[in-house]
Design a protein around this ligand. Structure first.
Ligand code: COA
Length: 381
């Protein structure tokens, strides 16, 4: 980390690009090769063979579980799906037009009131808090959508895994096995991504020894921005605005000429294809075919082609997740909360890691303002 002398040299890279601001063994991104690993395991292996529950265990415990350990963590999660009734009552008071990511942020902050052990940040209790948060995020997101539509929240079904239960609570119908599996892999793909903006936020807050609810609430705030988790909703808005494959070329070229950013492209670390996009591209195709509407997938492919040609930019995780969720009939403004439903596993993993070897995160600012100014009395300015 830079000390004061380093700061005075004026070399801090904009946006801290390339600066290692923490050590972690949870995940690593190789931006040149387009590789992502969770705790040493390649994301492609996990997407093919694993489940979200197993990845949660991996992130929290830094190794894959035995069969008994996997059953135990899945059981604890299922037993924690239900949120306090008071929270549902509170959510009913929120404005109907509130953005679901803001509802999630506020609900998670309030969730702390109903956990008598919230302030205990020992490893054992923190794991229990992480279980509650990870289990209850889907319940809050699904309930927020039902409540704003004037419907009753659906009680979670502890017979279902996290992905199946979320889709069930959202729609009131159990998803097909294939759809639940696709959604499960989406959750695996979004689970962690090294020191992205929201994870860094979570670690900064945890570094003050504030509790897990505080750190996660702050992380949701960071995720909500359009340059981070908010991008996926905007991808779908762009697709809807473009409207057809024929319009793609002119729309994108015009937007680029106007120096507008095309959501779902570019990445602070990847300089080649984001490995998560490889899977999501397939899901977008498959969900489009299943729904008999391949238009969004085809438009996405065309945008990809134009962006590669015009800017040399590749799609990131948000690009194909948008059309995948759209084809699942999920409302646009739930895409970012769904990102959080997955990323809570990574946030809590990083918070556990931070608590285990804590040092207050307190960098320096590179001061670029004036010095030694005279104090002029207010009437003379
Ligand atoms: N559309 C158009 N141009 C883009 C772009 C995009 N999505 N992303 C980057 N660029 C261009 C920038 O305009 C810049 O061009 P310039 O050198 O001519 O000024 C160049 O590529 C570098 O961009 P920069 O913003 O400095 O890259 P970064 O690494 O700091 O930013 C992101 C990374 C993610 C913030 C950026 O790519 C972005 O805003 N993407 C869209 C939002 C998004 O999808 N976010 C989700 C990330 S997972």
């Amino acid at each position: 980390m830079a000390n004061k002398a380093d700061v005075s040299t004026g070399t801090s890279p904009a946006g801290l690009r390339g600066v290692a601001a923490a050590t972690s063994s949870i995940s690593d991104v190789d931006g040149e090769k387009g590789e992502l690993i969770y705790q040493g395991h390649n994301i492609h292996d996990l997407a093919q063979h694993s489940t979200f529950e197993e990845v949660i265990f991996l992130i929290w415990n830094k190794r894959l579980p035995s069969r008994a350990e996997l059953s135990a963590v899945a059981e604890s999660l299922r037993a924690s799906y239900a949120v306090p009734a008071e929270l549902i009552e509170l959510m009913k008071q929120f404005p109907r037009e509130a953005d679901p990511i803001d509802v999630l942020r506020t609900a998670v902050s309030a969730l702390e009131f109903y956990d008598p052990n919230a302030r205990d940040i020992s490893r054992d209790t923190s794991i229990k808090t992480a279980i509650r948060l990870t289990a209850q995020f889907p319940t809050i997101v699904a309930a927020s959508d039902r409540i704003r539509r004037g419907l009753e929240a659906i009680n979670p079904d502890p017979g279902l895994n996290i992905s199946g239960n979320f889709l069930y609570m959202l729609r009131g119908e159990k998803p097909s096995e294939r759809e639940a599996r696709i959604f499960d892999v989406c959750l695996i793909l979004h689970a962690d991504h090294e020191l992205n903006a929201s994870t860094f936020t979570a670690r900064v807050v945890a570094g003050t020894l504030a509790d897990m609810y505080a750190a996660v609430t702050a992380a949701i705030g960071a995720l909500s921005g359009p340059l981070h988790g908010g991008a996926n909703t905007n991808v779908m808005k762009t697709l809807l605005e473009i409207g057809s494959v024929e319009n793609v070329e002119s729309f994108i070229r015009k937007a680029l000429a106007e120096k507008r950013k095309i959501m779902g492209f570019g990445h602070a670390v990847y300089k080649t294809e984001d490995p998560r996009a490889t899977h999501l591209r397939q899901f977008s195709k498959e969900m489009g075919e299943t729904a008999g509407e391949s238009k969004w997938y085809e438009m996405s492919g065309k945008i990809e082609e134009v962006m590669r040609r015009e800017k040399g930019l590749y799609p990131n995780v948000d690009f194909f997740s948008a059309s995948t969720y759209y084809m699942m009939g999920i409302p646009l403004d739930l895409y970012t909360p769904i990102f959080a439903v997955s990323r809570i596993s990574g946030w809590t993993g990083h918070i556990l890691e931070q608590y285990a070897d804590n040092k207050l995160i307190r960098p320096r600012a590179e001061y670029v303002g004036p010095r030694d100014l005279p104090y002029v009395p207010i009437d003379q300015r």
